[in-house]
Design a protein around this ligand. Structure first.
Ligand code: AKG
Length: 276
């Protein structure tokens, strides 16, 4: 299938929804999701987010999402045939998630794609992801600093900055609602401002972070930063091997570069790498 239009849309606006891509698979995905939560000993008390990194990586069944023909074809179309899988998380969210950027402190985030699946129907006012189209194009609009915009939108201890600045509530920020049904896949560049409002107290979602195969020195540096911040964090250590140990040669194509870089970083400076 030709994904060039979707790729263009993603490049232009920074997000994309693939409706129904995993619809047939939701029964086993839901089972595997709940099993993985249990394995982690999750005791979600519905007052605050429960979240785990390396979530997909710990479950042999969930790891097969990378082998899913529809997922692989879509990600190959968007990121290139040898795209990299980097990391995953699994969550039960509670209520609102304020505007933020994932990993805002490091640059080049438009290189990375978050691929998310909500296990429950979510709409504009019941906790679907919202995002501001084009907010990833820091290169395009001089003066547009999406990290600054994030900071202007969320100050956990202060008054509501959106109200102070524009006289509106956070949930009234101009944005697109990426409404989704179970089986839809929602994607956005990591440096997109995103938020969710009005969600339930057990809003289940997991995500994979991927990027193109790195060719230039700059791309390799970006991937090194991402690996150092996430994969080399001690919380990622335990379960990540399931992904590699159960990988077919085809899946390995999406793991190889990340594993090579990770091995090199650990060999170079294991303590420093893990301390980050
Ligand atoms: O669903 C939510 O509440 C927010 C999800 C989110 O911020 C994320 O996955 O990065």
């Amino acid at each position: 299938m030709d994904f060039s239009k979707q790729k263009h849309f993603l490049e232009t606006f920074g997000y994309l929804v693939a409706p129904g891509l995993l619809k047939e698979d939701m029964p086993w995905i839901e089972k595997a999701f709940e099993a993985a939560l249990q394995e982690r000993g999750a005791a979600h008390d519905r007052t605050k987010r429960t979240g785990y990194v390396a979530f997909v990586d710990q479950s042999e069944r969930l790891c097969t999402l990378l082998d899913h023909p529809g997922v692989e074809a879509l990600l190959s179309g968007l990121l290139g045939e040898n795209f990299n899988y980097i990391m995953s998380d699994g969550n039960c969210f509670v209520g609102d998630t304020h505007w933020h950027i994932d990993g805002a402190q490091w640059g080049g985030l438009s290189f990375f794609l978050k691929v998310g699946v909500y296990l429950d129907p979510v709409t504009r006012d019941t906790g679907c992801l919202r995002t501001i189209p084009g907010a990833h194009r820091v290169d395009y609009a001089p003066g547009w600093n999406n990290v600054q915009a994030r900071d202007s939108l969320f100050d956990p201890d202060g008054p509501n900055p959106a109200m102070e600045r524009w006289g509106i509530d956070q949930r009234d920020m101009p944005s697109v609602a990426m409404e989704s049904q179970p089986g839809d896949v929602v994607m956005f560049r990591l440096n997109m401002l995103h938020a969710a409002f009005g969600g339930s107290d057990r809003r289940r979602m997991f995500s994979l972070v991927c990027c193109p195969h790195c060719e230039t020195e700059e791309e390799v540096r970006l991937l090194e930063t991402c690996i150092t911040k996430y994969r080399l964090h001690p919380s990622y250590e335990l379960p990540r091997d399931v992904m590699r140990k159960t990988a077919s040669p085809r899946r390995m194509r999406h793991l190889q570069q990340v594993l090579e870089i990770e091995t090199r970083l650990l060999a170079q400076a294991p303590q420093e790498a893990r301390a980050l």
